[in-house]
Write a protein that binds this ligand. Structure first.
Ligand code: ZN
Ligand code: ZN
Length: 304
């Protein structure tokens, strides 16, 4: 019997936050601009080494259709991402993912998609369960009841087992301006759930682009909110930052602000590991390493 030797080459690459953006849209979602390849081109110019495309994920019934990629465009998006990956091979690692709006009825659909792309993450943008209407997180002031609904939705996303990270967990601060008992309870529930499920949380550069808002306790970004992230620094939760770009020039333009913001809040960003199976032309395993923040030294943090 002859010996058969299987040569199985795995290639592992680690990246620090400064050269990574995993939250990137394009013209595909209808409210973004530019082709996938333009983001890669601009990403190289702005110092990125790892770029994740993450179009707003369509669902088969085209819910949220006015602000999400259409379901019929999935194949075209995939082809564009893979062609860009090949074109930039050796200069910039290009991954293909999706930003999902999680609802439980799409669990198996997202699970299938997860197996066919490089990563998924989620965000909560809409609080309506009615397919025919939207209740945007951005359009109206949020009530305390809305805050409870938001937290419930966010926690379900964290617990789904599908996502590498949760986008802009503090987006509720855009339309809920008080930093009160309810806001703190919502934040703690999200942080504790992220930690228990080992899902990272995102400091979002697009919130910074939206400028400053006035509150009774001073001026702050609509989101990210310092108070949320100061609280986060008390938990060994993984934290990353992303641009949330909707045009190529934004692909990494918020990085210096995000680095400063994290420093002010006592947050240390996680690093990124990409494990590529060279036997396949696509498919990468993306993971995060981190969770140690300066304020945690010597402190015992109780897991929920
Ligand atoms: Zn968007
Ligand atoms: Zn986004």
């Amino acid at each position: 019997m002859s010996d058969t030797m299987f040569l199985y080459i795995m290639n592992m690459q680690t990246y620090t936050q400064e050269v990574v953006n995993l939250h990137t849209h394009s013209y595909y979602c209808g409210h973004g601009f530019g082709e996938v390849a333009e983001y890669a081109q601009e990403g190289l110019k702005q110092g990125l080494k790892l770029l994740g495309m993450s179009e707003h994920c369509p669902v088969p019934d085209n819910r949220w259709g006015s602000s999400r990629m259409s379901y019929s465009m999935l194949d075209s998006y995939t082809k564009d991402c893979l062609a860009t990956k090949d074109e930039f091979d050796g200069k910039l690692e290009v991954l293909r993912g999706y930003e999902c709006d999680y609802l439980r009825q799409y669990q198996s659909y997202f699970a299938e998609l997860q197996g066919a792309c490089d990563y998924l993450f989620f965000g909560v943008h809409d609080l309506s369960l009615d397919i025919g209407s939207e209740y945007s997180m951005f359009w109206n002031p949020l009530t305390k009841d809305d805050l409870i609904t938001y937290t419930k939705f966010y926690v379900e996303g964290l617990e789904s087992g599908l996502f590498l990270f949760g986008a802009h967990p503090d987006v509720f601060c855009h339309s809920y301006r008080a930093w009160d008992e309810e806001a703190i309870a919502c934040s703690k529930a999200i942080l504790e759930c992220a930690l228990a499920n080992d899902v990272a949380l995102e400091i979002n550069g697009n919130g910074m682009r939206k400028g400053l808002v006035k509150t009774s306790y001073g001026t702050r970004y609509a989101y990210p909110h310092h108070e949320f992230w100061k609280l986060a620094s008390q938990y060994p939760v993984k934290v990353i930052c992303n641009s949330d770009a909707h045009k190529p020039s934004h692909v990494n333009d918020s990085m210096s602000r995000c680095l400063l913001f994290a420093q002010e809040c006592g947050i240390t960003y996680s690093s990124f590991q990409v494990e590529k199976d060279q036997a396949k032309s696509s498919g990468a395993k993306l993971s995060l390493i981190g969770g140690a923040h300066p304020g945690l030294e010597g402190k015992r943090v109780a897991l929920p």
